[in-house]
Design a protein around this ligand. Sequence first.
Ligand code: PEP
Ligand code: MG
Length: 587
Amino acid sequence: MAADGAAPGASNVCFTMHGIAVSGGVAIGHAHLFLGMTSEVDHYEVASHDVSREQRRYDRAVKEVRDELKELAESVRHSAASELAPFVNVHLMLLEDDAFSEAPREIIREQRCNAEWALRTQLDELTAQFDDIQDEYLREREADVRQVAERILTALAGSKRLLAMRPSRQDADMILVARDLSPADVILFREHPFAAFVTDMGGATSHTAIIARSLAIPAVVALHHSRTLIREDELVIVDGTQGVLIVNPDRAVLAEYRLRQNQARLEKEKLKRLKSAPASTLDGTVVQLYANIELPSDLDAVRASGAAGIGLFRSEFLFMNRRDLPDEDEQYEAYREVVEGMKGRPVTIRTLDIGADKAVDGQEYATENPALGLRAIRYCLAEPQIFNTQLRAILRASRHGKAQILIPMLSSYAELHQAVAAVDRAKEELRAEGVKFDALVPVGGMIEIPAAAIALPMFIRKLDFLSIGTNDLIQYTLAIDRADDTVAHLYDPLHPAVLSLIASVIRTANLHGKPVAVCGEMAGDVDLSRLLLGLGLRHFSMHPASILAVKQRVLGSSLPDIAPMVAKVMKADEPEKLVSLIERLNA
Ligand code: PEP
Ligand code: MG
């Protein structure tokens, strides 16, 4: 993070922060801090022999926050924003005060309650005192007190999610400022119309970022200290294209960004004219542009985009933000709604891909390395009943249109064999029960693990189609956790190893006459459209919001002109050369 400007502790001071741009566009609105203390805090009794243990738990949390603040003070001191240091020091001083270091320990002892409740009780007492203060400067310190309490509460919670998405007021111009958001949190944005969000953590292709793009709201992640530096209700500009956050902008800056917002709106309006035009290149090659969706409620956006079908329905989102699993009938209704809604156009339903950064309540397997663990098809094969329920629901929905089944994260032949056997078993059951379904429903596989890309012939014979998941293919090829901002700079779709895997999958699929799509984020990046076309890709699947821009690029592309430049890209191994070749390709 880099922050420039004067200390934000004083009101209405303009400052700027830089993070990773994950979802383009500009939003202007008021900050809503994702405050831990506004959500419910557990209250339980602690046995008398456990009181000192609970006090130690509280002490550990305070120490953790102290270390974190010292680290923050240090990083601010060495950055362009040394003016921020006094603000961080206020938090450190508050933390050392008896009000935080001693009083909650006393409450734990006196009331024999848990540390969270003691802290909450103490915070209520402190904020009640603020109500009587006339001095504006001192009254402003209430926010600092709350922020310190929230930090301690977060430390007490460990990795557990503290917060529910409950803004104090509904406001479509509100900008959500959070330490971190899970994909499940972001999916709730559908019910709470935020204009944008920013987080301190996260990477560009984390599922959180992907959902932001699918909602077409600007988002910036990896800001590191935004939750500490921004205050509730402050005016902020989120530039999701450049990865910039401007707090308390002055009039000139505000006017400039309003102009940019209007220009973007006009661009969007212009693109709408392409909605029903067929996507074909200048030399007449037809290209299929499909949509990625998370929930049936995305159908409106899909229709507005003129998508030729759905290339990826991330079905795991039906399983999130709830305590129970959706049963067969509930899933059937959801799949049927989408299949019927697409009126005979293909709908590719990916089987449950949970694990890694997509957690589902009660289905988590504690593991050191979740991205390499029991994720996606591995999870489904370990939970045959859950898999069978989903397959039956998809098959039942298949008779209402054109459904396809997509198996995520294949890495071994045995997995594919077992997955296909599970589909056959579900079909047999339905047949025996006299339930109708499309017996020829195609079964495809996601190619997103390097092993599957390299040993593709082993998989291809048993599959009807392929879909390249470039998000995971890059993660696993380059050994970079896609949700970890500390390695985000290494996440490189143009790495020669990645490009060579993608090229070889497309080539092999075309040789075998099997349809192949790209459904990772690369498919929706207009700057990569010509490269992928030149590699032989004819099926792209992306957020509905990207489809018209990619179509515009396809319409202006000529395959014979692209071919020699793409050949050069595939031979280039120096990053600068590669970037300049891609620029020329897009000129
Ligand atoms: C991918 O990995 O590229 C993909 C499309 O799947 P997800 O992002 O849901 O892992
Ligand atoms: Mg994936």
